[in-house]
Design a protein around this ligand. Structure first.
Ligand code: PEP
Ligand code: MG
Length: 746
C-alpha cells in the first residue's frame, strides 16, 4: 500500500520535472503544474499563491477556479484560509471550508462551490514563498498521506521558485525571487553608513536537482553523507573542551543519530525527492518551528539542527566556501555569525558587515570596531534574503539595511553619505587643533585600539595617543597561545607606529565573554562576575609575566605605560604592581634594557574601586574608568543582554554623580584619570563627562572629530549648570535637559 503511494508520488514528481524541462514561459509551467497536481490527487481544484511582497499573496495559477482571477485575486498575510496557512506556516485541512474560522469569500474565483480545502505552505529554508492549495466539492478530509504528498510537491515548487523557474509570468509575484527592494532592521554594533554589494560569507547552497528517479541511489547518498557527518561530529567532540561547545556538539550527535530525522528523510526520498531536497525539507520544517517556539532551549536545539542540515547540504552538493565567485566591489559581508579570526582575514576590504545573529559585545564586534567597519547585528532573515552581488545600503546609525533599494532610497541615502563626508571634512580641518572648550578647559582626546590596523588612525584622527590598547585580540584570534617573542615584536611595532605618543597597554582581559579558544573553558554561572581579567592574572601569573616581559622588551628603553583591567580592590593593584617590579628586576638581570620610565595604572570598572582607601588613589600612577563594565555593574544590567543593555542611561544622575565623586577623589590625590568606555565616543556623553571634570577621554578614532568639534563650541560652565539644575529638580537623566540646551545653543 505504502509502496504504491510512494510510486504515485514519484510519478507526479517525474511529471512535474517533465513540465519544467521545456522552454515554456513561467506562467505556462505553473498552469501545467496545477493541472498535474489536481489530476494526481483527484481534486477539482489546485491553485498556487505566491508572495507579491512581504505582506501580500497573489493567485498565480489555478486549475479549477476561475482563470480570470489569476493575478487579480490578492490576499493579505493572515487573511482567508490561504493567508492563514502562509502566516502560521502550517497546513490547514478542512472538509467544510466556508464554515472554517477565517474563511474569506472571493466571488471572482467562484470558489464557494468547493467544500474541502487543503493548503500547505511553500517554503524554503524557513522563508515563506507561497501556498499550494487543493479543493474539492465533496466534504472530504485529506489523509495524512495526501498531506504528505502535497508537502513534498510544495518543497519541489519552493526549489523551483528559488531557481527562477517561474520568472516570465504575467504577475509581479512571479518576478525572480530576491529581485525586490527589502528593508530589514537590526541592532547597531558599530556606527557608520556604507553602500556596496553583498558578499555572502557562506554561499547559499542551491539544490538544482530536487527530484530524483532512483530512490535507492538517493538513499545510499543520504547514508554516506550522514556517516561523513557523524565522523566529523565525533572528531570535533574529541577536540572540544567541556563547556558550551561540547553541549552543542552533543546535540549535533543526537540529531546525527536520530532515527526520526533519518526516517523522515528516507520517506521523502521514497516519494521522489533527491537526498539534498529531503534534507532541505526537514530543515525548512525546523526553521518554521524555530519561529514559533518560545522556549529558548528548544530554539537552540532547532538552531543546532539547522547548522547540522547546512553541513549535510554542503557534503551532498559539494558546495562550500569556495564557489569560485568573485568578491564584488565595495563588499558588504553577510553571515549568520562570524568569528574574529575570519573577520580579520577579510580586513579592511569590507565596507560593512551584517549579521543575522551576532551580538554587540562579541569578538566580531570588537574586530569590526577596531577596523571601523559599520556593523549591524540581529538582522532577521538577511542570510536568506540577500544574494551575492545584491546592491545594499547599510545605515549603521538607525540599524537599517536597505537591500536592493529603489531610487528614492538610493538618493536619500547618498545625501546622507555626502553629509557625513562633509562633516568629516569639517573635522579634518580641526584635526591639529586642541579640544579647547569656550571656557578654556583643555580636553585630551585619545583613541582606543587593539590591532596594528588601528594605528594609522592615530594620524588621521588627530588622537593625542592611544588611551586604551586592548591586548586580547592577539590571544583570541589564534588557535594557540602567542609566544613571548611574537608578542614583543607586535608591541614593538605598535610603539614604532606611535612615535612620541603614549600607548596605554591594557594587560590581557580574558574571561567573561572573552574565552581563549585553546584554554579549557570554565563553566561559570555568571562569567561576567567570574574568574576574569586581573583575577586570572593573579591566580595564574604565567601569562601576565610573559606579557609584561614582552612589553618591557618591546619598549626597549622607551617609556612604557601599562594598566590592569578590572581591579576591584586596592590589594589587587599592589599585587599586580609587585609582579611588574619582579619582572623588571628579572629582565634587568637577563640584560634587557629597561623602559626609560614606567607608569602602572588601574582600570576602574567595578563600583568597589571608587570607594578604595585614599592610599590606593595616591599610589596608583593613573586611573582609567572602563565605563562599559562600570555601568553594567553600577546598574546590575548585563552589557550583553539586549533586554537590559539600554535600559539605564549613562547620563542618569546617579551614575553621573558617582563618576563625579571618582573624579573628585582623583583630583584630591592628584591622580590622572581618564574615561575609556564606549560612551566617551558619544558626543553628548563626552560633553557631560568633560563637564563633570574628566580631562582625558579615549574613544574609537572616528569619534574624535565630532567630539572635538562639539567641545570646541561648548562652554562647560553652562553644561555643568544644566547638570546641576537637572539633579536639583530630581530628573532621572540629564539627557533631556542637555539636549534642550544643545538645541537652544545651535
Ligand atoms: C570598559 O569596560 O569600559 C572597557 C573599556 O573595557 P572592555 O570594553 O574591553 O571591557
Ligand atoms: Mg572592561
Amino acid at each position: 500500500m505504502v509502496e504504491s503511494k510512494e510510486t504515485e508520488s514519484r510519478k507526479l514528481l517525474g511529471r512535474l520535472r517533465d513540465a519544467m524541462a521545456g522552454d515554456d514561459p513561467g506562467q505556462e509551467r505553473l498552469d501545467k503544474i496545477t493541472t498535474l497536481i489536481a489530476g494526481s490527487i483527484g481534486t477539482e481544484v489546485c491553485s498556487i499563491y505566491l508572495f507579491l511582497d512581504d505582506e501580500t499573496l497573489e493567485l498565480c495559477a489555478t486549475d479549477g477556479l476561475n482563470r480570470d482571477a489569476v493575478h487579480q485575486t490578492r490576499l493579505k498575510l493572515g487573511e482567508g484560509l490561504v493567508g492563514r496557512v502562509a502566516r502560521r506556516r502550517r497546513v490547514i485541512n478542512t472538509p467544510d471550508a466556508p464554515n472554517q474560522a477565517g474563511f474569506r469569500f472571493m466571488p471572482e474565483t467562484g470558489e464557494e462551490s468547493f467544500s474541502s480545502f487543503l493548503g500547505v505552505p511553500i517554503q524554503r529554508l524557513g522563508e515563506s514563498l507561497g501556498v499550494l492549495v487543493v479543493q474539492s466539492k465533496d466534504a472530504r478530509v485529506y489523509t495524512a498521506d495526501e498531506i504528505y504528498a502535497l508537502e513534498v510537491v510544495a518543497m519541489v515548487l519552493a526549489e523551483m521558485t528559488e531557481l527562477g523557474a517561474f520568472v516570465g509570468g504575467e504577475g509581479s509575484a512571479m518576478l525572480a525571487r530576491h529581485s525586490q527592494p527589502s528593508m530589514l532592521r537590526g541592532t547597531v554594533a558599530q556606527e557608520g553608513v556604507a553602500e556596496g554589494h553583498i558578499w555572502l560569507h557562506e554561499p547559499r547552497v542551491v539544490v538544482t536537482n530536487p527530484i530524483a528517479d532512483d530512490p535507492h541511489r538517493e538513499l545510499e547518498r543520504l547514508s554516506v553523507a550522514v556517516e561523513e557527518l557523524r565522523v566529523g561530529v565525533d572528531k570535533m567532540m574529541e577536540m572540544a573542551g567541556d563547556g558550551e561547545q561540547r553541549q552543542v556538539l552533543e546535540a549535533y550527535r543526537m540529531f546525527a543519530n536520530s532515527k526520526g530525522w533519518m526516517r523522515r528523510m528516507q520517506e521523502d526520498i521514497g516519494r521522489g525527492l533527491s537526498a539534498e531536497a529531503a534534507v532541505e525539507k526537514e530543515q525548512s520544517l525546523a526553521r518554521a518551528r524555530m519561529g514559533q517556539v518560545t522556549d529558548s532551549y528548544l530554539r537552540e536545539r532547532l538552531s543546532d539542527l539547522d547548522d547540522l542540515s547546512n553541513r549535510m547540504l554542503r557534503i551532498l552538493t559539494g558546495q562550500g566556501q569556495n564557489t569560485g565567485a568573485e568578491m564584488p566591489a565595495n563588499p558588504i559581508l553577510v553571515a549568520s555569525n562570524i568569528g574574529p579570526a575570519e573577520l580579520l582575514e577579510y580586513g579592511r576590504s569590507l565596507k560593512g558587515i551584517i549579521l543575522e545573529k551576532g551580538s554587540v559585545g562579541s569578538h566580531a564586534a570588537i574586530v569590526a570596531r577596531a577596523l571601523a567597519i559599520p556593523l549591524i547585528v540581529h538582522v532577521d532573515r538577511i542570510t536568506t534574503e540577500a544574494l551575492n552581488g545584491d546592491h545594499v545600503m547599510l545605515d549603521g546609525e538607525q540599524g537599517i539595511v536597505h537591500l536592493r533599494p529603489d531610487e528614492t532610497v538610493v538618493s536619500a541615502f547618498r545625501d546622507k553619505i555626502a553629509m557625513e563626508a562633509e562633516a568629516q571634512q569639517r573635522y579634518a580641518s580641526i584635526r591639529d587643533k586642541p579640544a579647547m572648550t569656550k571656557c578654556g578647559s583643555l580636553i585630551e582626546l585619545h583613541m582606543n585600539a587593539g590591532l596594528m590596523a588601528d594605528l594609522p588612525s592615530l594620524e588621521h584622527s588627530g588622537a593625542e595617543g592611544v588611551g586604551l590598547f586592548r591586548t586580547e585580540l592577539q590571544f583570541l584570534v589564534r588557535s594557540r597561545m602567542p609566544t613571548r617573542s611574537e608578542l614583543s615584536a607586535f608591541y614593538g611595532r605598535v610603539l614604532d607606529a606611535a612615535p612620541g605618543k603614549e600607548v596605554v597597554f591594557r594587560t590581557l582581559d580574558i574571561g567573561s565573554d572573552k574565552v581563549l579558544p585553546y584554554m579549557k573553558p570554565n563553566d561559570e554561572p555568571n562569567p561576567a562576575l567570574g574568574w576574569r581579567a586581573i583575577r586570572v592574572a593573579l591566580d595564574k601569573p604565567g601569562i601576565m609575566r610573559m606579557q609584561l616581559q614582552a612589553l618591557i622588551r618591546a619598549a626597549n628603553g622607551r617609556p612604557l605605560t601599562v594598566m590592569f583591567p578590572f581591579v576591584a580592590q586596592y590589594e589587587e593593584y599592589t599585587q599586580a604592581r609587585a609582579e611588574v617590579d619582579r619582572t623588571l628586576a628579572r629582565e634587568a638581570k637577563l640584560g634587557h634594557v629597561l623602559p626609560e620610565s614606567i607608569k602602572i595604572g588601574a582600570m576602574l570598572e567595578t563600583p568597589s574601586l571608587g570607594f578604595a582607601p585614599r592610599k590606593f588613589f595616591e599610589e596608583v600612577d593613573f586611573i582609567s574608568i572602563g565605563g562599559n563594565d562600570l555601568k553594567q555593574f553600577f546598574f546590575a544590567a548585563d552589557r550583553e543582554n539586549e533586554r537590559v543593555r539600554k535600559r539605564y542611561d549613562t547620563l542618569n544622575v546617579s551614575f553621573l554623580s558617582f563618576l563625579e565623586q571618582i573624579v573628585e577623589r582623583c583630583d584630591q590625590s592628584k591622580t590622572p584619570v581618564s574615561f575609556c568606555g564606549e560612551d566617551a565616543g558619544r558626543p553628548v556623553e563626552a560633553l557631560c563627562l568633560a563637564a563633570i571634570g574628566l580631562r582625558r577621554l579615549s574613544m574609537r578614532p572616528a569619534s574624535i572629530g565630532p567630539i572635538k568639534n562639539l567641545l570646541r563650541r561648548s562652554n562647560l560652565e553652562e553644561v555643568r549648570k544644566v547638570i546641576f539644575d537637572a539633579r536639583h529638580r530630581g530628573d532621572m537623566s540629564v539627557r533631556p535637559a542637555i539636549m534642550q540646551w544643545l538645541r537652544e545653543n545651535g
